[in-house]
Design a binder for this molecule. Structure first.
Ligand code: S3P
Length: 413
């Protein structure tokens, strides 16, 4: 149980490396020719699951301080425990299918409830032999010959898109993957840097059968982790989050800030290993209610719980629609976000595909349950830090999934 009370939280923060980029850097280098050093890798539980799976599949993955060293290999048959990590399981389904090995993928209780047919079904169109247990894990991939073709991702999901692009590396001919809304494009950027024959044409990605060569990667800070300290700045004081990845497919939270009236600046903008990076300064602001709809969702999906907290502290109503993907995250985040904000005294109505939040410029505080979801725990922490009487978070240790040291960083601020 973590106890938090209201006080001035301000200052400079350097959040850990990006989760999506760390997963990809370990996986892709694990099948590449040569050895790579991944600096500032996120060593949260999800990425450690990816490291363990790649080791089981035959890659040499070593953690040395904050660096992960990967030597790629021809993969071998394996059983892979993906833990709590949807990204690990979904991307591996495509990667393993493309490398023509046999593998079984399992996960924890939460991951075993999450849908896997959204990945298996389009992979089968390329010829993959994949079985799910009633649409869920355990997932079995059997070696099969793949052939390139045109595929649509039915869900606006970077995980589905990435699985297809990885499978396409081993498919004969060309594969075209179309998506209706552009999702995070870290896979495309990294595969291009590793020598894959890949081209992006609008919302379509074309991949030809390719081998990868290892590349060193410096992982930028995760904007999904910085979001909590950015929110603290907007609510309580001035914060500066240094070295944050600002890939435009990930910065929907800044568009939400624009609508809300949050004062922020991007400083020291640069490109590191093909990814845009900046320092983000946020100042205490008077917040207004916002409207968020379907098109923006992929660029802020993981930030919706903390954005909902900001909406509770805003003046006026906020309406969030088109966010049904939240239902199939580590928890049903429409339900768990609404429960957390209600527990702390906010007015939030869950809807089938989002929420309506009546902002009252305050939250009373109280006891919130993370429901074992890391993003709910960290959103509750910010909500409590700005609340009138503070309170407690139950099941707070799940922050280690994506942000080990979160509470220490909060404490030091
Ligand atoms: C991720 C994509 C998103 C996101 C997840 C990480 C990725 O999931 O929620 O935390 O690394 O590709 P979907 O693509 O399924 O929406």
């Amino acid at each position: 149980m973590i106890v938090l009370s209201r006080r001035q939280y301000a200052g400079e923060f350097t959040v850990p490396g990006d989760k999506s980029i760390t997963h990809r850097a370990i996986m892709f280098n694990g099948i590449a020719d040569g050895e790579a050093r991944i600096e500032n890798a996120l060593l949260g539980e999800d990425c450690l699951s990816t490291a363990a799976c790649m080791r089981a599949l035959g890659a040499d993955v070593r953690v040395e301080g904050g660096t992960v060293c990967v030597r790629g290999n021809v993969l071998r048959d394996a059983s892979c425990d993906c833990g709590n990590s949807g990204t690990t399981m979904r991307l591996l389904m495509g990667l393993i299918a493309g490398q023509r090995v046999n593998a079984t993928l399992t996960g924890d209780a939460s991951l075993s409830q999450r849908p896997m047919e959204r990945v298996a079904k389009p992979l089968r169109l390329l010829g993959a032999d994949i079985a799910t247990a009633d649409g869920r894990a355990p997932v079995t991939v059997r070696a099969a010959k793949l052939t390139g073709r045109e595929v649509d991702t039915a869900a606006a999901s970077a995980q589905v898109k990435s699985a297809l692009l990885l499978a396409a590396l081993g498919a004969e001919g060309e594969t075209f993957v179309h998506e209706s809304v552009k999702t995070r494009d870290h896979t495309e950027r990294m595969l291009a840097a590793m020598g894959a024959d890949i081209r992006v044409l609008g919302n379509t990605v074309r991949v030809k059968k390719s081998a990868l060569r290892a590349v060193d990667i410096e992982v930028p800070g995760d904007i999904s982790s910085a979001a909590y300290f950015m929110a603290l700045g907007a609510l309580l004081g001035e914060t500066l989050c240094k070295n944050v990845g600002v890939n435009p497919t990930r910065t929907g939270i800044l568009a939400a800030f624009d609508q809300m009236g949050v004062q922020y600046t991007l400083e020291n903008q640069r490109t590191v290993c093909g990814e845009p990076v900046a320092d983000i300064r946020v100042k205490k602001s008077d917040l207004k209610g916002i409207r968020l709809t379907k098109e923006i969702m992929p660029s802020l999906i993981d930030e919706l719980p903390i954005i909902a907290v900001l909406c509770a502290y805003a003046e006026g109503e906020s309406v969030i629609t088109g966010a049904e993907e939240l239902r199939i995250k580590e928890s049903d985040r429409i339900k768990t976000t609404a429960a957390m904000i209600s527990e702390l005294g906010g007015e939030i109505m869950p809807r089938e595909d989002g929420f309506i939040i009546r902002g009252q410029r305050r939250l009373a505080g109280g006891t919130a349950d993370s429901c074992l979801d890391h993003r709910i725990a960290m959103s509750a922490a910010v909500a409590l830090a700005a609340s009138e009487r503070g309170g407690e978070i139950k099941n707070a240790e799940c922050v280690n999934i994506s942000f080990p040291g979160f509470f220490d960083m909060l404490d030091r601020s």
